[in-house]
Design a protein around this ligand. Structure first.
Ligand SMILES: [Zn+2]
Length: 276
């Protein structure tokens, strides 16, 4: 009992210092060099509302202060790499109370598509991205994420091709916030959880069926791998192909809109018959 009270008090104190440190980071002016990088590299940024741009920059300062970046296979880590990754990841955090991907400590960056070791144990906790050549990888118990810099750059440059490895891998991290890799992020109420599970189950089953029969789909059929990949792939489509996703999968779009508290149709660069 006493120990329980003591540890709760300790968590409250730690939380207080963490919040205070984050407030101080947000109060710092955003470095102009970083803003130049975002404007040059992250295509969606200039399409966001001014208030969302400001919020995204605040989040980016905090994420960059709290996460380690390490280069692999000869890749040097530069501000360009750190900022391009962090700014994209922070799109997932807008409008919500967030703890900044708390299970993630380190981001490992390879120059290009990397080969995963065949010796690596593949368990329920480790998710493969592709077969052996991968653009990105993360797992609930890894504490790290691996990204290919060329895939990060191409994903950031085209905001409406439906592919964004940063959004995909960081969506997995959101999934882990409630300590499971089950395609269901932390949702506020039981009612929301039930609605989410019902919609995701139905949509996942239909993607699976489409993959088996070879019917073309808006969602990448990699999402048919399992519920966790379905959430990551759906997140990419939500931010990159929102007009089509809303038209073809209105219930899926509505669930994602409620969770992310955003309507990407408003800032989408997507070109379709509907908005040409
Ligand atoms: Zn994945």
């Amino acid at each position: 009992m006493q120990r329980g009270v003591a540890s709760t008090t300790l968590l409250t104190v730690l939380g207080f210092f963490k919040d205070r440190h984050r407030k101080r980071l947000k109060a710092r002016p955003f470095p102009n060099e970083w803003l130049k990088i975002i404007k040059a590299r992250v295509a969606f940024f200039i399409r966001l509302a001014a208030t969302d741009q400001a919020e995204l920059l605040d989040h980016t300062q905090i994420l960059l202060a709290e996460k380690n970046f390490e280069g692999c296979a000869g890749q040097e880590i530069s501000d360009e790499i750190r900022v391009t990754i962090a700014a994209q990841a922070c799109l997932l955090l807008l409008h919500r109370k967030t703890d900044y991907f708390p299970r993630l400590l380190t981001i490992l960056v390879y120059p290009s598509t990397f080969l995963a070791s065949e010796q690596r144990p593949i368990t329920a906790e480790i998710w493969e991205e592709g077969k052996h050549a991968r653009l990105g990888e993360t797992a609930r118990t890894m504490g790290s994420m691996v990204l290919a810099w060329d895939a990060v750059k191409s994903g950031a440059a085209d905001p409406s091709d439906g592919k964004n490895v940063v959004l995909h891998e960081f969506a997995h991290q959101l999934d882990y916030e409630n300590f499971a890799a089950d395609g269901t992020p932390a949702l506020a109420t039981r009612k929301q959880q039930l609605a989410w599970r019902e919609v995701m189950r139905t949509e996942f089953a239909s993607l699976r069926a489409a993959e088996v029969t070879g019917i073309p789909t808006l969602l990448d059929t990699y999402g048919a791998t399992n519920a966790a990949e379905f959430f990551a792939v759906s997140t990419e489509a939500f931010f990159e192909r929102p007009v089509m996703l809303r038209a073809q999968h209105p219930r899926l779009y509505a669930e994602l809109q409620q969770y992310f508290r955003q309507d990407p149709v408003e800032f989408s660069a997507e070109r379709t018959r509907q908005n040409l």
